[in-house]
Design a protein around this ligand. Structure first.
Ligand code: AMP
Length: 312
């Protein structure tokens, strides 16, 4: 089943204790698409500027990602500048140049109209809402956001949240959105804003899903959260895109399954962790361009192994 994703396709300038890169291909929709492409077909809606070349596009098309929804506009592509220090647990945003995204009017190609899974990757919630309203027939909508939009675009964000099946954000963003320090209380508050299920990413410590009575359609109710691990890695080169890669693995796996059951949901959380763990091994999108299905399965089994308790 195809996923349609709207989000940033960008250039990133990143500095980490392992080095620096200038204007490497990035953006939430890019990382998401590459990660999800290992599980299911992906279609992208975004806008890029004149600095986006055929080689940049080939990064996506080589993975089978459908790029006909990427509009080319006069001007420069979205550019994000960020740095990480110490244990690299938090990105420090040094610059966000929206550029061509500032005047973007998303148009959905006819060939995308039958997409059943919609992913609203991190971008202006007004754009997320516009794409959502043009896709009334989708089966599932999953969305992401970040502090930048929570702080200054809360009204538009509230409209997007009302209509989400799954909201996928990190723990700092959950606390900020709910204005509540305790994660469990914050999660309850965020679920009351609309999302049926909340998946909270904890960076190098894994992810937790919080369910509501509306999470599964067939009367299935899960009262406890579910925690999936992250793989302790000896070397993290660049955490940029880890969250989007988690989302890509998670949603790509969900979309590849015939039915949404609690077991499918839990497995999807593991695949999310697997794709996030690959993303951080190299700068930008490098690792996600070259990973193989075999490596993904091998790491999935490792994830199961490190979190399995036998005989207790
Ligand atoms: P993450 O997975 O959270 O590390 O997301 C990293 C990606 O988000 C980078 O490739 C950036 O280009 C992109 N990004 C950063 N800030 C924004 C923003 N305000 N809106 C949309 N995308 C962003």
């Amino acid at each position: 089943m195809s996923i349609l994703v709207v989000g940033s396709v960008a250039f990133d300038s990143i500095e980490t204790p392992h080095g620096a890169v200038d204007h490497c291909l990035g953006g939430a929709a890019t990382h998401f698409s590459l990660a999800a492409s290992y599980f299911t077909p992906v279609r992208v809606i975004a806008v890029v500027g004149e600095d986006f070349t055929a080689q940049h596009e080939a990064v996506l098309t080589k993975r089978g990602v459908d790029t006909q929804g990427i509009e080319r506009a006069k001007g420069l592509s979205f550019h994000w500048t960020g740095s990480y220090e110490g244990n690299m647990d938090e990105a420090k945003t040094l610059g966000t140049d929206l550029n061509v995204f500032q005047t973007f009017e998303p148009k959905i190609p006819d060939a995308y109209a039958d997409s059943k899974f919609l992913f609203l990757a991190n971008i202006d919630p007004a754009l997320q809402a516009r794409v959502r309203s043009q896709m009334p027939q989708v089966r599932m909508v999953c969305g992401d956001t970040m502090n930048y939009w929570i702080a200054d675009h809360s009204e538009n964000l509230a409209k997007v949240l009302r209509d989400l099946d799954v909201l996928l954000i990190n723990d700092g963003e959950v606390r900020m959105l709910a204005d509540e320090r305790n994660l469990v209380l914050a999660a309850e508050k965020v679920l009351s804003m609309g999302p049926k299920t909340l998946v909270v990413k904890h960076g190098e410590y894994g992810a937790t899903a919080f369910f509501s009575d509306r999470s599964f359609g067939n009367g299935t109710k899960i009262s406890r959260p579910f925690r999936a691990p992250a793989l302790p890695l000896a070397e993290v080169v660049d955490p940029t895109g880890a969250g989007d890669s988690f989302a890509g693995g998670f949603y790509g796996y969900l979309a590849s399954q015939p039915e949404l059951t609690p077991a499918v949901f839990r497995t999807a959380m593991f695949y999310g962790g697997v794709m996030g763990s690959f993303a951080v091994e190299r700068f930008g999108t490098e690792r996600l361009q070259s990973v193989t299905r075999e490596e993904i399965e091998e790491r999935f089994n490792l994830f199961k192994e490190i979190s399995h308790l036998e005989g207790a």
